[in-house]
Design a protein around this ligand. Structure first.
Ligand code: ACO
Length: 433
């Protein structure tokens, strides 16, 4: 029972009662503090999926799904996407404030020196099959980084935490790009310290010795925007994984590797790939009506991928920004006549005018447009989740640092509702029939 006038929520169970203090954030709903529930009432709370549970306090990201609001350290995502770079946003997420010019320059210069990998890490790649999924290579190689960077592993020291955080943000793109190069049998391109984060990333992906690849600034800006829009998203599954692993005191490379593993799941990082596959299966504009009939059919499980969101029920603020970027990239590359992109535009138009989607407040989400942009940039679908990991590393390390620095932090150790056998006698094998 939650009495809005009181500062506590009263819970009753089996004749006993307890006053759960209502914790007040700076924004968002109050949170009932249930830490004393076992001690006071002798019960646990049951919340599979943790959908109604706050597992930590955080100052990093705020989401109001009904209002379509996403704030990083208080700044609206729209303002950051239109005015700041991915690196500037990384600084904001890590340190809580936008950098001054000297702070930004020093951060960028330091980060750029961390892009290079220890030369021995090259050897890891040869251990993978050429057709290995780049997420497998990323997950394994990031997990192994602690074997190379022994300094920076004393997580009780602020300088060590900072060094590891910077290394991770700077090195994950190099591993990601090399995983791609390895899969297509091309030589690795070393990072360029003079380039911006996104220019360097595109360069490592697409340059070849001898092809004099020049990074197109419009495409670099689009990449920067995609990365910025995916940098953090509160306590999602992979971030919760990073915090959970981090709560045991594991080293930061192991924590981020665990986050990458969680992101790999199709229910989390794979939706833009699924949206693109859906477009390919629809095939042509003529296929749209029959596809939408299937989507609307109560007896079918087909969904319009790239539409709808668990948290954003009116619109996804990131999708609005990417929609404009998507059109910019298509026109820069002269892809207006690309059949798949043309199909996507038509599907977007038809669905956003269709009463089924309008009445259920289903709008294109960030994955609908990010998949299209990445496809236009020439990035294969197997790399989509890898790119997401490059971006989200910023959020993961920021949240990991915040967790380690929280004096109230404890090892995450949930309980369960046991529904198995009650205590029974052991039967020796010879008597089991
Ligand atoms: N296509 C068709 N119908 C849909 C879709 C969709 N994509 N999403 C929701 N609906 C319908 C449901 O069938 C339901 O209809 P009903 O009221 O007639 O039963 C209604 O809309 C409400 O749907 P819910 O399932 O309650 O919505 P929920 O919040 O659980 O789902 C989700 C959100 C999982 C994202 C869903 O919209 C979906 O599956 N979308 C497609 C996959 C996708 O794009 N995922 C990426 C999300 S963004 C991100 O992860 C960064």
């Amino acid at each position: 029972m939650h009495d809005p006038k009181s500062e506590t929520a009263t819970l009753h169970a089996g004749g006993a009662s307890m006053q759960a203090p209502l914790l007040k954030g700076t924004m968002g709903p109050d949170v009932a503090d249930l830490r004393g529930i076992q001690q006071n009432l002798g019960i646990f709370s049951f919340d599979p999926g943790l959908t109604g549970t706050a597992t930590c306090t955080s100052k990093i990201t705020f989401i109001d799904g009904d209002a379509g609001t996403l704030l990083h350290r208080g700044y609206p995502i729209e303002d950051l996407a239109l005015n700041a770079s991915f690196t500037e946003t990384a600084y904001l997420l890590l340190y809580g404030e936008l950098p001054t010019t000297p702070q930004y320059q020093a951060f960028q210069a330091d980060m750029n020196t961390h892009r290079l990998l220890n030369e021995q890490i090259r050897n890891f790649f040869n251990g993978f099959r050429r057709d290995a999924h780049p997420m497998a290579i990323l997950c394994g190689t990031v997990g192994a980084l602690s074997a190379f960077y022994h300094d920076g592993l004393d997580i009780s020291q602020a300088e060590d935490r900072d060094l590891s955080a910077r290394r991770l943000i700077a090195k994950v793109p190099t591993i990601a790009a090399w995983a791609y190069k390895y899969s297509i049998g091309e030589p690795f391109i070393y990072p360029d310290e003079e380039m911006s984060f996104s220019e360097n990333f595109l360069h490592m992906l697409f340059a070849r010795p001898g092809n004099h690849y020049r990074v197109n600034p419009v495409l670099a800006r689009a990449m920067d925007r995609i990365l910025l829009l995916h940098a953090d998203h509160e306590q999602n599954a992979s971030t919760t994984t990073v915090r959970l692993v981090g709560s045991t005191g594991a080293n930061p490379y192991a924590c981020i590797s665990a986050g990458i593993a969680a992101l790999w799941g199709p229910a989390h990082g794979g939706a833009n790939e699924a949206a693109l596959n859906m477009l390919q299966s629809i095939g042509t504009r003529e296929g749209i009506p029959s596809f939408l009939e299937q989507v609307k059919d109560k007896n079918s499980s087909v969904r319009l991928m790239g539409f709808g969101h668990r948290v954003y029920k009116n619109f996804d603020p990131r999708a609005k920004i990417l929609q404009a970027t998507c059109h910019e990239v298509i026109s820069e590359l002269g892809l207006e006549r690309d059949p798949l992109l043309d199909l996507a535009k038509e599907l977007e138009r038809v669905a956003t005018e269709d009463d089924y989607f309008v009445s259920r407040k289903l709008y294109p989400n960030v994955d609908f447009y990010s998949g299209l942009i990445l496809k236009a940039l020439g990035i294969p679908t197997s790399m989509f989740t890898v790119l997401f990991a490059v971006a989200r590393t910023v959020g993961w390390v920021s949240q990991w640092k915040e967790m380690i620095e929280d004096p109230a932090g404890r090892i995450t150790r949930p309980r369960q509702l046991y529904v198995g056998e009650t205590k029974r006698e052991f039967v020796s094998m010879s008597d089991r029939g």
